[in-house]
Design a binder for this molecule. Structure first.
Ligand code: G4P
Length: 300
């Protein structure tokens, strides 16, 4: 493929694969656990709040109350994260920004669940069911931080081994707060992989393995996005102050970055492969800046 062709073309984006049998199994597992929980906590990646969601979660969990955790908020654009929280709240879904690496924001988790269960808790109270335990299950697509979240919340918590419905070797419950229990294994869902742009955004964040994507293509696409949405950060990181970003395509920017960094192969050609790995690594490590790739406007 000619690397200099227009990377803005959507059909150039790459996709990822899930198999139907795999999807059916994970869906069934979640459906089986649903009657045991009062609410579902959907974990998403705050940098790609749309692409890191499962397209049919609503139909899987039916009317079960839901909260959203915008994880990895340490790497996301804080303004956009606030806008996403408002957007979810506008849809009646309490949303909280969290960072499971440091634990920041996690104290907002239980209050968010209590908020979405407000009416139910009131009914339980009126029926004299004081102290009724609230149970929650975590769900989300791969790599959003479900395990990190469970590890953080369950650290120091107590595993419930009592002989009662819902407690099996597969389903262990952790007490994570007074009257509050968490299922210790998350429900793993698939992303909207049939949408190539979704696959590409997952790949930007590293949720798709680099050995199944063309890294130069991917880095070029990312550079085009950054040049439009985060020009200040892009210029600052790669010392591109002297150029008008809008005049260059992604691959040309990649070449410039490789040249500036002295990434050359024998014969003096620019090693764009090395440059692409550097750009992707620096984006994934939030070294370029705190960047969010999707806004609520795109969700409407
Ligand atoms: P999953 O269960 O949903 O598949 O996700 P998991 O918890 O395994 O997390 C995926 C990667 O994201 C891990 O990095 C994890 O450390 C990182 N991560 C999770 N939450 C946060 C967060 O809030 N902020 C940041 N910056 N990173 C987060 P990894 O590179 O796969 O492993 P490692 O770095 O932990 O060794």
């Amino acid at each position: 493929m000619n690397k200099k062709q227009n990377y803005r073309k959507e059909e150039n984006a790459q996709s990822i694969q899930w198999f139907p049998g795999h999807m059916t199994r994970t869906r069934r597992r979640i459906e089986k656990c649903l009657p045991l929980v009062d609410a579902v906590a959907e974990v998403i990646d705050a940098r790609i709040p749309l692409s890191s969601r499962n397209p049919v979660l609503g139909s899987i969990i039916k009317g079960k109350p839901r909260v959203v955790l915008l994880n990895k908020c340490d790497m996301a654009d804080p303004d956009k994260t606030s806008r996403w929280i408002q957007w979810f709240r506008g849809k009646g879904i309490p949303a909280v920004a969290v960072d499971c690496k440091s634990g920041r924001g996690l104290n907002g988790f239980i209050p968010a669940v209590q908020e979405v269960l407000k009416d139910k808790i009131e009914i339980w109270r009126s029926k004299g069911m004081v102290g009724r335990v609230i149970r929650v299950m975590i769900v989300g697509v791969p790599n959003v931080g479900k395990s990190s979240l469970i590890n953080r919340l369950c650290k120091g918590g107590k595993a419930d081994v009592a002989d009662r419905p819902g407690v099996t070797r597969q389903n262990r419950w952790f007490t994570i707060g007074k009257g509050f229990e968490l299922l210790d294994t998350p429900g793993v869902l698939w992303p909207k992989f049939e949408d190539k742009l979704v696959g590409e955004k997952l790949a930007f964040t590293g949720a798709v393995k680099d050995d199944v994507v063309d890294t130069e293509h991917l880095a070029s696409r990312l550079l085009e996005f950054l040049s439009e949405e985060y020009p200040k950060e892009l210029k600052a990181r790669y010392k591109l102050d002297e150029i008008d970003l809008s005049e260059y395509q992604g691959y040309e920017l990649l070449e410039m970055i490789g040249k500036k960094r002295g990434m050359l192969v024998s014969g003096g050609e620019i090693n764009t492969e090395r440059a692409s790995i550097a750009v992707l690594d620096e984006f994934r490590g939030a070294v370029i800046g705190r960047i969010t790739l999707e806004t609520p406007r795109e969700a409407e």
